[in-house]
Design a protein. Structure first.
Length: 168
């Protein structure tokens, strides 16, 4: 893996972590605002619930890249531990190929879905197109592809040890 790709991926991962943290904080504040407006002011804001869903949607789809980068996705750990060391890289390659295939399909269909719904508006936020909520799917897929490839070529240190320690 080239040094340039590593540097870009590291910056991208930090940016994604900051953005997902900010989106979670925004969703929490909007939830508090919804509770205050509904139960204290007796004037519920209809747009807060919609914005919470959009924030959580973006948080999940772009945040999945961090999970892929750290290698924290559910994998076939037992099979990997039981196989001889020379077959582990083949196993990891097969998992990467299946993962990339899934992410490409998810990104493609997410793009199609977002494009088809571009003319719809969001109830409660009539000025905002549904496109901006659904475009998180292909963007998150592209970020997850970058993170999965980065994890394959440059796994974080101690991944194998953590897998063994977390088994029952």
């Amino acid at each position: 893996m080239t040094a340039v790709f590593r540097r870009i991926e590291r910056i991208l991962t930090r940016l994604i972590a900051a953005l997902t943290s900010a989106l979670l904080a925004i969703a929490a504040c909007l939830g508090l605002l919804q509770v205050v407006s509904r139960f204290l002011l007796k004037v519920p804001f209809e747009w807060t619930e919609v914005l919470i869903r959009i924030c959580l949607n973006w948080m999940v789809f772009i945040g999945i890249a961090i999970v892929f980068r750290s290698g924290s996705m559910i994998t076939v750990d037992m099979a990997r531990r039981l196989m001889p060391g020379r077959y582990r890289r083949i196993h990891e390659t097969a998992i990467l190929v299946v993962t990339l295939g899934f992410l490409v399909l998810l990104g493609w269909w997410g793009w199609v879905y977002a494009s088809r719904s571009a003319t719809q508006t969001i109830i409660g936020l009539d000025f905002l197109s549904v496109y901006w909520a659904y475009i998180s799917i292909p963007i998150g897929s592209v970020l997850a592809i970058v993170a999965a490839v980065a994890h394959y070529f440059d796994p974080p240190p101690g991944v194998d040890d953590a897998e063994i320690e977390n088994t029952v």
